[in-house]
Each structure stands twice: as C-alpha cells, then as structure tokens.
Design a protein around this ligand. Structure first.
Ligand SMILES: [Zn+2]
Length: 258
C-alpha cells in the first residue's frame, strides 16, 4: 500500500485514558491499549469499522481490560509485551521485533522501555510513537516496577527517535504535568507556551495529544535530566545529585509527592 494515510483518533476511556484508533482509509482498523471494550465497540459501530489488530504497551488493567470483550466481537490479532500477567491470547513481542499490520499497510518497531512496569514496550513507526505510560506529554510514568536508572535509559531510547515523531501516550495528563514541570523549570519559555496551549485545549474540550518529540525535548523535565536548569532544581532538593538517572530519581520522587 503506497497511498495510505494513517489517521489516529482518540477514544476516551475512564477518567483520562486514551485508546488510540488507527485507520488508513478503509474499514479495517487497529486499537492501542483498549482498557475498556465498550467505548471501542461504540466507535467501531458508529464509524463502520472492523477491528483487525490490538496493540498493548503494558499489562495494567486500564490498558488491557477491554481485550477480552473485543475478541468476543472480532477475531483480532493481539500484540503485546512478554508478560504472563496479560492473561489473553497475544503474540508476545520484544525489543527489535517488527509488528506488521498488513491489512492496514502499517508496521511498527518494538522498543522495550521498562520503568513504569518491568515489561513495558512502545511501538514506533509511520512517524508516530505509542508510548503507553512511559513517556507522557510533559511527564513520565510512575516507577511502579522499575528504577530511575531504567526510566532514564528508556527515555534516552525514545529521545533518540526522530524529533518530528508524534507522541501518542496513554493518558490526558498534560495540564497537571505542565503545572509540575513549571515548578522544576519556571523560566522555560517553551514550557510556558505548552502550559497555555494545553489549558486552552482542555477548556475547549480538546485532546492535547499528540505532541512531537521536539516539543517534549524542549519542555518535558523527564527528558531534560541533564539540562542545567533541571539538575539545579533537583540539587535544591538533594544537594550534589548527578545529572541523568540521579536527577531523574529526584524529580520523579518530587512529582510523586507533589
Ligand atoms: Zn500503567
């Protein structure tokens, strides 16, 4: 397929989750991280789409809880991380695997990005990244199962993707993430602009996702743990802390208690 145009539509679920719906002009579609099958089935019916593929970034219930209900309605192929806690018939994929979605003419590379959970993966390709709960717009996931060192390595891996990559994450957290990030970097002009844009978008009921990797590199403190302003802010809480993983640990803990 040459003339495909990837369209990505948010299907909101729960209070702030996004299930991403992928189409390329035909009736076939894929979804990423369906925590709930009901809004997906509603969207498929409304748009006249047939579900072919399901992509899962990690085992948390708000990302996989809808798989069972979707498979009861559609014989979709499911790709997800190697993790026995995902109690569904999936094709387990790991670092370097290529996920082919031939009915959509799409393919994605699998990146292992532990930190939020130990088996978290991301899907990169077609100019987009599905980052789950690892990289958020102006934030990163909580360290439920991993270390700050692992999160630093995972975010370094994502930071090395093309700067134009559009980032589709699992939650609408941008406004509160910006408020925290401004505590870390009050003088970051790019961050102030993002905060204003996000506030306006949410007041208008709009989704703040996707951002681009370039936007995130300019304003997301968790991608800026070697920048002087972020290291300095971390050192005000923990004197002498090192750039990189040390700074990551301090600002992640700061956000947890914020
Ligand atoms: Zn999660």
């Amino acid at each position: 397929m040459n003339a495909k145009t990837l369209e990505i539509t948010p299907v909101p679920a729960f209070s702030d989750n996004y299930i991403w719906l992928l189409t390329t002009g035909g009736p076939e579609c894929a979804v990423v991280d369906p925590g709930d099958h009901r809004p997906v089935l509603e969207a498929l019916g409304r748009l006249g789409l047939s579900l072919q593929y399901i992509l899962l970034t990690h085992h948390h219930a708000d990302h996989i809880g809808g798989v069972k209900g979707l498979l009861e309605a559609y014989p979709a192929e499911v790709f997800g991380p190697v993790d026995s806690r995902i109690n569904q018939p999936i094709r387990a994929v790991s670092e370097g695997a290529r996920v082919e979605l031939p009915k959509l003419g799409l393919s994605f590379n699998v990146l292992e990005v532990p930190g939020h959970t130990r088996s978290h993966i991301a899907f990169h390709g077609e100019g987009v990244l599905f980052s789950g709960d690892t990289l958020f717009s102006i934030g990163c996931g909580r360290l439920f199962e991993g270390t700050a060192e692992q999160m630093q390595q995972s975010l370094d891996k994502l930071a090395a993707l093309p700067a134009t990559t559009r980032i589709y994450c699992g939650h609408e957290y941008t406004v509160s993430n910006c408020a925290f990030a401004l505590e870390v970097e009050p003088d970051n002009a790019a961050l102030r602009v993002r905060a204003q844009q996000a506030e306006q978008a949410r007041q208008g009921g709009e989704c703040t996702i996707p951002s681009t990797l370039a936007d995130e590199l300019a304003a997301n403190p968790f991608l800026r743990t070697r920048q002087e302003a972020v290291v300095t802010a971390a050192r005000q809480r923990e004197p002498g802390v090192a750039p990189g993983a040390g700074t990551m640990a301090v600002i992640r803990a700061w956000k947890d208690e914020w």
